[in-house]
Design a binder for this molecule. Structure first.
Ligand SMILES: [Zn+2]
Length: 311
């Protein structure tokens, strides 16, 4: 079954590796091209993630460097990887092609400069998380105090993202930031988060948050990272991950769910889901609990429907 994956950190791995890695077949990558192909991933997000250790003055350059790697290492040597800059392109992907689109995992790279955000949007960024885990000029991340909300500059950022029809990603946002952005965002979703009711981690969403997200047109894409699935992170199974899908489906319906692996951003993996090549193991597990039509929705159709509503 075809899969659309809303989060991976391939660009970060390419950027930090001391030896040159080839996206096409590097064994070190969890989401190399050959693995995406064997796992039937037909659309893959590529996040621009800047480590908190990069000095503020260098963060924007680092973001541009990852975009450069996206072109030179992901797109140019691999003609079957199609750069998605307009969501309409998803409808015309042919058999054997993989759609690839950019996201920004946290606005740290733009400092307090909307022109930098505009430049990243012009470069093809289609999905923007306001924060990673920490505070920036826009808001506070999941590792910060839960009661601090969106900053004044954050409201300007949201306004620009709305004007440009860019999707806002709440996956790494703290709680108050989430509640502040919900009524403001035109297009919103959580690209890689699970149910906090099943695993009490600040990266996961409470049932109230999931209901509010969906009420505002949002989707939640479940993430394959063991610490976000279960407290005891040893031997986390595909059934444990499917449990989050079941909980969320019971809460808001399968129509609002999707997948966001986080491959190449995770150092622990679910048993049987170690890399993108094993993605169909998750599909098989979901098929034990849901109909084929329902799993198809979670795996790809819901996101295709979601972007149809974006002009
Ligand atoms: Zn992340």
């Amino acid at each position: 079954m075809k899969i659309i994956d809303l989060h991976c950190d391939v660009l970060y791995q390419l950027s930090k590796s001391s030896e040159p890695l080839q996206f096409s077949l590097a064994p070190q990558l969890q989401a190399s091209k050959d693995k995406l192909q064997s796992g039937h991933v037909i659309v893959q997000n590529f996040a621009i993630f800047i480590s908190e250790h990069v000095p503020p003055a260098e963060k924007f350059t680092e973001a541009m460097r990852q975009i450069e790697l996206f072109h030179t290492n992901v797109l140019q040597p691999n003609p079957e990887i199609i750069h998605i800059t307009d969501w309409k392109q998803l409808e015309s992907l042919r058999e054997g092609q993989i759609g690839a689109f950019l996201s920004l995992e946290g606005c740290d790279a733009i400092g307090e400069d909307l022109f930098k955000l505009q430049a990243l949007i012009n470069a093809g960024v289609k999905l923007v998380g306001l924060t990673w885990n920490y505070e920036n000029s826009v808001a506070y991340g999941a590792e910060e105090a839960p009661d601090k909300g969106l900053k004044p500059f954050g409201k300007e950022v949201v306004k620009l993202l709305n004007e440009k029809d860019i999707i806002i990603d709440v996956s790494h946002l703290n709680e108050q930031g989430f509640w502040d952005v919900i009524p403001l965002a035109k297009h919103i979703l959580a690209s890689h988060s699970n149910a906090r009711a099943l695993c009490d981690h600040t990266r996961n969403l409470t049932d109230d948050q999931v209901r509010a997200l969906v009420k505002n047109g949002g989707h939640i894409h479940v993430v394959y990272y063991p610490p976000f699935i279960k407290k005891d992170t040893e031997n986390v199974t595909l059934m444990d991950l499917a449990g989050h899908v079941k909980h969320l489906a019971d809460l808001v319906g399968v129509e609002h769910l999707g997948l966001g692996s986080d491959f190449d951003g995770i150092y622990k993996t679910v048993v049987g889901l170690q890399n993108a090549a094993q993605s169909q193991n998750l599909i098989a597990t979901l098929l034990e609990q849901f109909s084929t039509e329902e799993v198809e929705k979670i795996a790809n159709r819901n996101f295709l429907d979601y972007v149809k509503n974006i002009e």
